[in-house]
Design a protein around this ligand. Structure first.
Ligand code: SAM
Ligand code: SF4
Length: 332
């Protein structure tokens, strides 16, 4: 934890930044983007590396100690490794994490290890090549799988993110759990959220935390609840005797908001203090208008002091009602 602690208006510490370095992606996961892709931001609208470095340095001085680079696909951003090198020497940043689909990741794994990356979240919704193609609309399963093997070989802590989807990958749930038998990985089953870039929403979700857990219990009746790390958004379980863990992330039913320690900066440089808000501060514009660090700090503190108490309140307060957001712009 940084020497300074930042709190929101509900007394929750904020120490974790999720930063989307691009909205572009080389896959087309149907829960995230339409088949034809989303309308990408012009490159000039992305934060530059210099702007990111300035912002992260400022946030680190305010209390942010953990950062996750995400997107879009972070490795689609040219010279991502240069950015990681620059962030890795910022005072106060203790842990750098990365979320990736694993397609372009392999050539960089040994450098990630030497830079001391804290963990990599690999998105993998199925262990079946054909289902992978149906879900991501790209024939890249082997690439993602080999990335997993190489991460394990380098002993980089790995979490696998699996979005649970009716008619798409329910048959994979048990085999994904089985991966935890010999590997010290955490498989995190995520409730599907309404951020698919198409604006079609659903009021109810079939595969909720409870349904996912009940399904796992059919195959693993001895599954046990284990202690969750502080501020974890996943509820953790383990099969007795297995090396790894199972996490379930109630992203749709939103039961974890009470301990949320994270903020997001979207690909276009907009601050979100909740995943479900529609952006509360355009930091990129402030920087480009020439605002100094004191002004930026004050604006950020004002935003942290008006944080919604949970994702439901954030959704109610949205100005844009017709939500067309894609998770690749928000930074999942
Ligand atoms: N491209 C990278 C990847 O897929 O790992 C990073 C960005 S992606 C938006 C981050 C995470 O968000 C992925 O694990 C993905 O499964 C998750 N995600 C995307 N859309 C989602 C949705 N509608 N519901 C739940 N999770 C979603
Ligand atoms: Fe790309 Fe990740 Fe979205 Fe899939 S989930 S389309 S890999 S940004």
């Amino acid at each position: 934890m940084s020497a300074t602690t930042l709190y929101d208006n509900h007394g929750r510490p904020i120490n974790y930044l999720r930063l989307a370095v691009t909205d572009r992606c080389n896959l087309r996961c149907f829960y995230c983007m339409p088949e034809e892709g989303i309308k990408y931001l012009p490159k000039k609208d992305l934060l530059t590396f210099e702007e990111i470095e300035r912002l992260v340095t400022l946030l680190a001085s305010m209390g942010i100690s953990k950062i996750r680079l995400t997107g879009g696909e972070p490795f689609v951003r040219t010279d991502l490794m240069q950015l990681i090198r620059r962030i890795s020497v910022i005072e106060g940043i203790k842990d750098i994490h990365l979320t990736t689909n694993g397609i372009l990741t392999r050539p960089h794994i040994s450098e990630l290890k030497s830079l001391g990356i804290a963990s990599v979240n690999l998105s993998l919704d199925t262990l079946n090549k054909e289902r992978f193609k149906l879900i991501t609309r790209r024939d890249e399963f082997e690439n993602a799988w080999e990335t997993l093997q190489l991460l394990l070989k380098h002993e980089i802590p790995v979490k696998i993110n699996t979005v649970v989807m009716e008619d798409k990958n329910i048959e994979d749930i048990a085999s994904m759990v089985e991966l935890t038998k010999h590997h010290p990985i955490s498989i995190r089953f995520i409730e599907e959220m309404p951020f698919n870039g198409e604006g079609n929403h659903y009021a109810k979700l079939k595969w909720t935390h409870k349904e996912i857990l009940d399904h796992i219990k059919l195959f693993y009746p001895t599954i046990q609840k284990v202690k969750d790390a502080e501020n974890s958004t996943a509820y953790h379980y383990q099969i007795p005797g297995y090396a790894g863990y199972i996490g379930i992330i109630a992203a749709f039913t939103r039961s974890f908001c009470g301990t949320c320690n994270r903020i997001r900066i979207t690909a276009q440089g907009v601050l979100k203090t909740c995943l479900y808000d529609d952006g509360v501060l355009n930091i990129k514009n402030l920087m480009r208008e020439g605002k100094g660090n004191d002004d930026l700090r004050n604006e950020l503190l004002r935003a942290f002091a008006h944080r919604p108490k949970d994702g439901f309140e954030a959704e109610e307060k949205r100005k844009t009602l017709n939500v067309m957001e894609s998770m690749s712009t928000i930074g999942g």
